[in-house]
Write a protein that binds this ligand. Structure first.
Ligand code: HEC
Ligand code: HEC
Ligand code: HEC
Ligand code: HEC
Ligand code: HEC
Ligand code: HEC
Ligand code: HEC
Ligand code: HEC
Length: 245
């Protein structure tokens, strides 16, 4: 230690910097493998390393030889997805189809990966809420995965208010048509911003079915004079899914 103390502080610090630089130089010069220093060698060894790996993807054209799904998919909404996006790597299968079977993803979770509503997806990308959109049934029961057009064209209100329609579809109000509560003039469906639909205006509207005097048999009754005090019913109950959880 005494030896070092002989030098001034600055020189001691500077010598540390030099030691690090010399160490680094020696490391690069003698310890790094040659392909990390020579770019040509680097490319060559990378290509060698990658080409010995087994090829796992066959590419969609190969499937066309044996499967009609290829032509079906070509014109449908899924035309830009490759077969192996859904079926997994299938090179081995296409060489030995009877022994090796690719999987077919039939679970709802699989389709939901791409189709669950997510606001970061581009506008117009078909999205659904998998909890509300025809729950429990497998997607492929209604949508052919190779040509997934919706089985029915949306009903008139649903075409523009799809999320509301789907919410109502899994609520206690499922059987009420939109027009039970909204008067929608024909022109609303053409120029919705100029011609508005009506919205119920008071508590008595819901009372028609839910008041204690109402003759409707199946809807549960509440005492309009006390239940919810003076507030509008839809300040507490979302009318398209009125259950309070
Ligand atoms: C050489 C012909 C051939 C090629 C090429 C081929 N398949 Fe097949 N594939 C078959 C045959 C035959 C079966 C049916 C086997 C059976 O049902 O016993 C089959 C079955 C399947 C199945 C159903 C598996 C199941 O469990 O029912 C899927 C999915 C499939 N192939 C996907 C693909 C994909 C994706 C490709 C392209 C990467 C492909 N196949 C390429 C012949 C082929
Ligand atoms: C969006 C995902 C998706 C894509 C893309 C896709 N498939 Fe499928 N495929 C499925 C699903 C899900 C099933 C299972 C359907 C069922 O059981 O009703 C299936 C079933 C199959 C079957 C079995 C059919 C049967 O009747 O058992 C074959 C063969 C097949 N696909 C081939 C292909 C080929 C070839 C391509 C490319 C041209 C392709 N698939 C592209 C999802 C997909
Ligand atoms: C890898 C992502 C991906 C997966 C997985 C996927 N899709 Fe799609 N889907 C798409 C794309 C991309 C489109 C076309 C969007 C477009 O045309 O703008 C589409 C379109 C659709 C449409 C058309 C909706 C419409 O009317 O515009 C339906 C229905 C659909 N998919 C159902 C399914 C089903 C069912 C599955 C599961 C078997 C599935 N998708 C799996 C990407 C995916
Ligand atoms: C009981 C039948 C049924 C099942 C099950 C079903 N769908 Fe649909 N799907 C429909 C119908 C009908 C439409 C068109 C009307 C609508 O938008 O509700 C549709 C529309 C769609 C659309 C287009 C939405 C838009 O705004 O353009 C997508 C995407 C879709 N479904 C994906 C799926 C996925 C993913 C699953 C599984 C998680 C699934 N569907 C399960 C019947 C079904
Ligand atoms: C062509 C698409 C389209 C169709 C079809 C459509 N709507 Fe609308 N609707 C809209 C748009 C867009 C708005 C939002 C207008 C705005 O905020 O200025 C709207 C707003 C509404 C409103 C809210 C009005 C308000 O004052 O806030 C109600 C209620 C409504 N629609 C009910 C319906 C009913 C019921 C049907 C079916 C009979 C229907 N709509 C069919 C596009 C449509
Ligand atoms: C039980 C009566 C009832 C039914 C059935 C009903 N609505 Fe409504 N809706 C209302 C009430 C009440 C409001 C006002 C809610 C508010 O202002 O918070 C409303 C608001 C709306 C709005 C504007 C606010 C929003 O949530 O975006 C639209 C759009 C709408 N409804 C469309 C529809 C469509 C489409 C259907 C059919 C699928 C439908 N409604 C069925 C009672 C109903
Ligand atoms: C045309 C009759 C009708 C109108 C109008 C109506 N409802 Fe209903 N409501 C029903 C029926 C039918 C049920 C379901 C009964 C069942 O299946 O248990 C129901 C169920 C309910 C429930 C009970 C949900 C649960 O947890 O069981 C609430 C809360 C409710 N409605 C609120 C409202 C509100 C708020 C309005 C006004 C915006 C309204 N309803 C308008 C017929 C109506
Ligand atoms: C201040 C909030 C509030 C308002 C406003 C309100 N409710 Fe409720 N409602 C509730 C709560 C909380 C429940 C569930 C607990 C209960 O049964 O009291 C409920 C339950 C109900 C039920 C189910 C009763 C049953 O027996 O299952 C109906 C039907 C109902 N409300 C209709 C209405 C109608 C119609 C209006 C307007 C006249 C209204 N509510 C206004 C909070 C409210």
């Amino acid at each position: 230690m005494k030896f070092f103390k002989r030098f001034p502080e600055q020189v001691r610090r500077l010598s540390v910097v030099f030691l690090v630089l010399i160490g680094g130089f020696l490391l690069v010069r003698f310890m790094l493998p040659p392909e990390m220093k020579d770019s040509e060698l680097h490319v060559k060894s990378t290509v060698e390393r990658e080409t010995v790996k087994p090829v796992k993807y066959a590419g969609s054209e190969v499937c066309a030889d044996c499967h009609e799904e290829y032509n079906l998919k070509k014109h449908g909404y899924h035309r830009n997805l490759s077969c192996e996006t859904c079926h997994g790597t299938a090179k081995e299968h296409s060489e030995n189809p009877t022994e090796i079977k690719p999987f077919a993803p039939k679970q709802r979770e699989f389709c939901s990966r791409c189709h669950t509503y997510d606001r970061s997806r581009p506008t117009g990308f078909p999205q659904i809420n998998p909890i509300a959109h025809n729950p429990l049934k497998p997607c492929v029961q209604c949508h052919n995965p190779h040509d997934p057009k919706p089985p029915t064209v949306p009903q008139e209100c649903q075409a523009c208010h799809a999320e509301i329609a789907r919410t109502k579809a899994v609520s206690k109000h499922v059987l009420l048509e939109c027009t039970v509560c909204h008067e929608a003039p024909q022109e609303h469906k053409v120029s919705p911003r100029e011609v508005k639909s009506s919205i119920p205006s008071d508590r008595d509207f819901c009372g028609k079915c839910h008041g204690t005097e109402a003759t409707d048999q199946i809807s549960p009754k509440v005492d309009l004079t006390s239940h919810g005090e003076k507030y509008l019913c839809w300040q507490c109950h979302y009318p398209h899914q009125p259950e309070i959880k």
